[in-house]
Design a protein around this ligand. Structure first.
Ligand SMILES: NC(=O)c1ccc[n+]([C@@H]2O[C@H](COP(=O)([O-])OP(=O)(O)OC[C@H]3O[C@@H](n4cnc5c(N)ncnc54)[C@H](O)[C@@H]3O)[C@@H](O)[C@H]2O)c1
Length: 359
């Protein structure tokens, strides 16, 4: 049994509590928030014991999950590590690559693990695609495109400001799902070239309860660019909070023998299709488990890995590589030139068990 606890009682907290409870090998011992009253309200709503931050850090939790906004990830992760606990943080790993490097160094020095969302790549769609690509279903992948475009969280999130601060934006907030999926399928990225700007600054909330309100913009809201993978594949990536609607596939991979279409990597399941050469599209049935929302799957897998003394799949190393790719893409846009990515990571092994005693 692994004891887990949560810091951050905001919008995503209920999805984690519900997900974590589906793994018999995990015990949720409590939650805390800098706004103690928010923790108390969530604790009552979800029937979870509530702690002050200091008490949670001193509790008997083995892994503490960080569900604070990106700009607080570094500070909160550092406190968790300093308390002698393994940390699993929501994405991105930190607001800057330098902070991410520091976290991994601190964890290594203390003999502790860092895990990081997203864990959606462990879902049925990502894992079915992984097997298909590895078995040569479309031959060697030579190119691809990944498209995440939407009108932003302005109208639905209770606290949308943090999405427009440095450390978030469409690339670090949403592109992270696409990049993580691509890295688990194709391996690491070695060079990027970007274009980035904000179509509106400040933003005016276009609809909903806060219609007409102003949001300050401190990070590009439309980012597009090219990724060169170490395996030689070129992938175009576009992430945007400035687009109402589009008709592009979330991810397309082009191989020597055919094409694979993947669903939204922010989800665990979805529809996969492929073609052999330029033949008709064919459905690729999901062959792996976890086809619906199960936040905490990566935590359960990390808990198993710690017990078994092997690497965990939603790893700090992969998250750091993806964070470097995202930061370098923005720097490349600002400097108007291609830039190298220096970190590398192993592709996480395909998921071959049901983590956390999931039945
Ligand atoms: N909301 C979603 O749909 C969603 C989905 C996937 C991932 N995420 C990620 O989850 C994280 C949290 O997002 P959210 O939407 O729940 O945000 P939120 O603003 O709704 O909640 C964040 C909570 O963290 C608390 N907090 C802030 N700084 C803190 C600190 N230093 N110490 C302790 N508590 C602190 C806040 O009081 C707040 O209750 C982000 O990294 C986000 O990218 C959110």
């Amino acid at each position: 049994m692994t004891r887990v606890a949560l810091i951050g009682a905001g919008d995503i907290c209920p999805a984690y509590v519900n997900g974590l409870r589906r793994f018999p090998a995990l015990k949720l011992v409590g939650l805390a928030d800098a706004r103690h009253e928010a923790a108390v309200a969530r604790g009552r709503e979800l029937d979870v014991p509530v702690f002050t931050l200091d008490a949670l850090l001193a509790s008997d939790a083995d892994i503490i999950i960080n569900l604070t906004p990106p700009q607080a990830h570094f500070e909160v992760c550092q406190r968790i590590l300093a308390a002698g606990k393994h940390v699993y943080t929501e994405k991105p790993l930190a607001a800057t690559f330098g902070q991410g490097q520091q976290l991994l160094a601190d964890a290594q020095q203390r003999g502790l693990r860092v895990g990081c969302a997203p864990d959606t790549f462990l879902g049925a769609a990502g894992q079915t695609a992984r097997r298909f690509v590895d078995q040569g279903g479309i031959g060697a992948v030579v190119a691809g495109q990944a498209i995440m475009m939407e009108r932003g969280p302005d109208d639905w999130h209770p606290n949308p400001g943090f999405f427009y601060a440095a450390g978030a934006g469409p690339l670090l907030d949403m592109g992270v799902y696409y990049l993580t999926q691509l890295v688990q399928l194709l391996g690491p990225i070695e060079q990027v070239q970007g274009l980035a700007h904000s179509s509106w600054s400040p933003r005016i909330v276009p609809r909903g309860e806060r219609k007409g309100a102003t949001i300050e913009v401190d990070t590009p809201t439309h980012v597009t660019g090219g990724l060169r993978f170490a395996n030689g594949a070129f992938v175009n990536l576009t992430t945007s909070f400035d687009v109402w609607k589009h008709a592009s596939t979330p991810i397309e991979l082009y191989g020597a023998d055919g094409t694979l279409l993947l669903p939204d990597p922010n989800n665990f399941g979805g529809e996969l299709r492929y073609s052999q050469q330029d033949g008709d599209w064919q459905g690729l049935p999901l062959s792996q488990p976890f086809d619906s929302n199960l936040r905490g799957l990566g935590v359960a897998e990390m808990a198993d890995a710690i017990r078994e003394g092997r690497p965990h799949r939603a790893s700090g190393e992969m998250a750091l590589h993806v964070l470097e790719v995202m930061e370098t893409l923005l720097q490349s846009a600002a400097q108007q030139r291609p830039l190298p990515v220096l970190t590398r990571c192993e592709r996480p092994a395909p998921l071959d068990t049901l983590p956390g005693g999931f039945a």
